[in-house]
Every structure is written in structure tokens, then in C-alpha cells.
Design a protein. Structure first.
Length: 275
């Protein structure tokens, strides 16, 4: 006996899973019109495809930052795939946005992957979509910032996203946090300031500087002083508060912050990039 699958049944399954029309129709045919069995069919097919593509590189995707309504907590996620073609698909971007909304209520990547997504876990949803799309899809990054005021920035194309945590909420907090978040996106600092750097990082830079000076023929007695100068340059280039402010490079980021408010501090930042 042939089971007739209606267009409305196919559409309902598409709305639930975002799978293609033919994938949904085939799933309903295989499950003899049973909606729940059709869902299981798509999920199991996704698991098989996911297993087969587990060793693939997922360097493309969508990076999003979201902040809660109170502006006190924000997250960044990176939903990765294999090709830019998939990353630019509106359904894929919507999936990333839906996951980012859920991420606001979770603290760890493991917790987020286990979270409910329309009756299945996010991890199951990603396996399902891997089967539907035919590419490896994975939630690769999850970062959070909490503070008195949290601002965000997403670079055009959804390839870089940043968060900034400010020590207080004030009238110009939105503008300040966005400008500093743009700075982080553009200049990719490795730490907030020199005091935030791990001692081993500083020691490594000093040794690199000394080795460069030795190769230039500088006497050993001069190496410490010259290396200290090079270390200051390293701080200026690589720590957020010491960097030149990109919108006015005659001043530092810290000077810009103090020009907006003498009382506010940048306490933390986060950055995720696919570039």
C-alpha cells in the first residue's frame, strides 16, 4: 500500500528541521507518514553523515555575539562549516542566531550542546543538519563576558565578533563599548594590559628580543636595557589599553577611554574570528 505524503506534511517537517523538501519527503515516505519516525530518520541519517565527515576541516561559518537585555552578560559563538557557500545561507545564519539566543542562558560549551532545541539537543540538531546539508557542522567556540556593562560588535560578514566588559554603566557606555569592541576586532590584542600577560609570555618576548640583538652584534652588556625597550613596543602593539586607538592613532586606547569617562575601566574582552 502506497502512503500518500501531502505537501503540508512535508512543509511541517521542513519547518521543524530546516531540511530540504526532498529530504523531508523521503523521510516521510521511509517512515510511512509518521512524523516522529521521520524526525528520527533525519537525525540518524545526520549522525551517519557526521561520522563520515568527522575528520573534515570546518574553517568557514558564522561568528555571532549577543548580549542580554540588561547589558550585563554577553556571549560569542562560532558555528563552523566547511564552505563559505553554506555559511552565507540565510537558514544557516538563522540557525546560528537561534543557538546564540539559547547560549545566553548557558555557561559552558558542553552545557550548550546539551540544551534543548525544538525537542532535541543542540548537538543532535547539528548532527541532523550535517546530514541535511552534507557538510561538517560544529559549534566550535563559546565565550562569555559578564560585567556592569557589556557591549558587543560583529564585523561585516559574521566572521569576527567581540565583547567588552566595562566597570560601570553610564550614559555613553554603548558608544564606548562598541568603539573598543571594534578596536579588539581590528587589532586582535592578546591581553588587556602588560599586567594581564602571563610571566612566561613576557620572558619569552625578552629572550626573543635578546636573541635578535645578539644576531645584530650588540654587546651582551647592552642586551637587558635594549630588550626592555623592545618589550615596551610589544606591550604597545599587543595589549588593548596600550594600543594606538584606531579612530585617532595619536592617542592610546586607554587615553580615549579616559576622555569619555575618567571613572570607567575596561575589565575584560573576548574575541572569536574565522579570519
Amino acid at each position: 500500500m502506497t502512503i500518500k505524503i501531502t505537501a503540508s506534511e512535508v512543509n511541517k517537517l521542513r519547518q521543524t528541521t530546516r531540511a530540504g523538501m526532498m529530504d523531508c519527503k523521503n523521510a516521510l515516505v521511509e517512515s510511512k507518514g509518521d512524523f516522529d519516525k521521520a524526525l528520527d530518520f533525519l537525525r540518524k541519517n545526520g549522525q551517519k553523515v557526521a561520522a563520515n565527515r568527522a575528520d573534515r576541516e570546518s574553517r568557514e561559518g558564522v561568528v555571532l555575539a549577543k548580549v542580554n537585555n540588561e547589558k550585563t552578560s554577553g556571549i560569542i559563538i562560532s558555528l563552523n562549516c566547511e564552505t563559505d557557500f553554506v555559511a552565507n545561507n540565510q537558514d544557516y545564519v538563522k540557525l546560528a542566531n537561534d543557538i546564540a539566543d539559547i547560549a545566553l542562558n548557558h555557561e559552558t560549551l558542553d552545557s550548550l550542546l546539551s540544551a534543548d532545541f525544538d525537542g532535541m539537543s543542540i548537538n543532535e540538531k547539528l548532527n541532523e543538519q550535517t546530514g541535511v546539508i552534507g557538510e561538517k557542522i560544529e559549534l566550535k567556540e563559546f565565550k562569555r563576558v559578564r560585567d556592569k556593562y557589556v557591549g558587543s560588535y560583529i564585523h561585516a560578514g559574521n566572521k569576527i565578533a567581540t565583547l567588552i566588559g566595562l566597570s560601570l554603566k553610564f550614559e555613553n557606555a554603548n558608544e564606548l563599548s562598541k568603539n573598543i569592541a571594534m578596536q579588539v576586532a581590528a587589532m586582535n590584542p592578546i591581553a588587556l594590559n602588560e599586567n594581564s600577560l602571563a610571566p612566561e609570555t613576557i620572558e619569552k618576548e625578552i629572550e626573543i628580543a635578546k636573541e635578535q640583538l645578539r644576531r645584530e652584534g650588540k654587546p651582551e652588556s647592552m642586551l637587558d636595557n635594549i630588550a626592555k625597550g623592545k618589550l615596551k613596543k610589544f606591550f604597545k602593539d599587543n595589549t588593548l589599553l596600550n594600543q594606538d586607538y584606531i579612530k585617532e592613532n595619536k592617542i592610546s586606547v586607554n587615553s580615549y577611554i579616559k576622555s569619555v569617562s575618567a571613572n570607567v575601566e575596561v575589565n575584560s574582552f573576548a574575541r572569536v574570528s574565522l579570519i
